[in-house]
Ligand binder design. Sequence first.
Ligand SMILES: [Zn+2]
Length: 438
Amino acid sequence: MKFSSCIAAVAVIAGVNASPHPAYQQQDQQALGTTSSPSTTGYDQLKLEDIINDSPLLSLHRDLVKIESISGNEHDVGLFVAQFLESQNFTVVKQEVPPVKGQEDTKARYNIYAVPKSSTQPPSILLTSHIDTVPPFIPYSVRQPQDATSDPEDLIIAGRGSVDAKGSVAAQIFATLETLEENPDASLGLLFVVGEEIGGDGMHVFSDSKLNQKEAFKTLIFGEPTEAALVSGHKGMLGFQVLAHGSAAHSGYPWLGKSAVSAILPALSRVDILGNIPAEEGGLPASPKYGPTTLNIGKIRAGVATNVVPSEAMADVAVRLAEGTPEEARKIIQRAVEDATKDFEAEVVVDFKSHQESYPPQDLDVDVEGFDVATVNYGTDVPNLAVAASTKRYLYGPGSIFVAHGDNEALSVRQINEAVVGYKKLIQAAVDRDGQVA
Ligand SMILES: [Zn+2]
């Protein structure tokens, strides 16, 4: 599908009730695969499908969401994005990323890196997001909101990835196309990576490769659901395991064994509240910007039977760091566990190697006017991409993180349209900074 001839008109559709540009009618009229039950008032389902078909942006978003791309299985969505960008006159590099452990049989997965065919230099402005999603797959659907209005901007688009992050992907692509239409010399590139939801293996591969032209990339625009706010930063991340080793015995004679559970419980009770204890008293530090450091004991495993003194116990913990470095946090955690368990026979150790991913809080740029500014508590690919010290980094995108990984993942047509405008504003600010002609 060739959209470039009508890109300028997308903004018109964003302004709602405009009648479809004639060029839209040349599109494939793809039927929606799965749709929610038609609403009893307002539009019928066919009309809803027409509204999506009439917008190249919403059509691209639909096509992306319809392709299942749970982390590890990004082959199809990657090829789709590559093909789409090639059809829009981009030179596309498909960068293969090794398979996810245990999924060696799945088809090859690719980061998609694209620059306009006409460009001779690496881009100075790179827009990036991810094409994988969390499980389970939820089919694409369009519906009217509860309080049905006749405004197509209020329509709700649902499905896995509709928000996180295919809303960002579609909006970034159209913001780029529209900018190039208006300013063909704008130095723009696109990067859509795999594996963001499982630790960022895709972005790591890109970051370590020759494609990462650190010195050239002056502005990075990351796409994640931020409810159209510019994110001033997000917390850091650190994971660890607490392991207790004791010895087994009959539960009627517990003194003959060493209970790993009895030993791990005080350790975990202490770990659980480390974010609430002042730093002076051995807790993990808070910050005015990000609030308290929080911990989540997400997994506990111990013992073999109720009538056996447990010889082994383990817990997996995730920390969202508000302040300081992972190294400092490790020392605080180590000390807290030692203090809490010194009176127990079973041995308790903290293993930081099992969770190697860690990074300090990530501060981002917010120096473009016209945006709400917010901080977020979730992790992104931002720390996984090595950049030059002077590189500007922005984080922005449509939709809310509160629905992003839920069964109710959805956003409105208005949110997607507005994100195109938002990305274009960020691009324009970068173009102006670079002294390019607009
Ligand atoms: Zn995401």
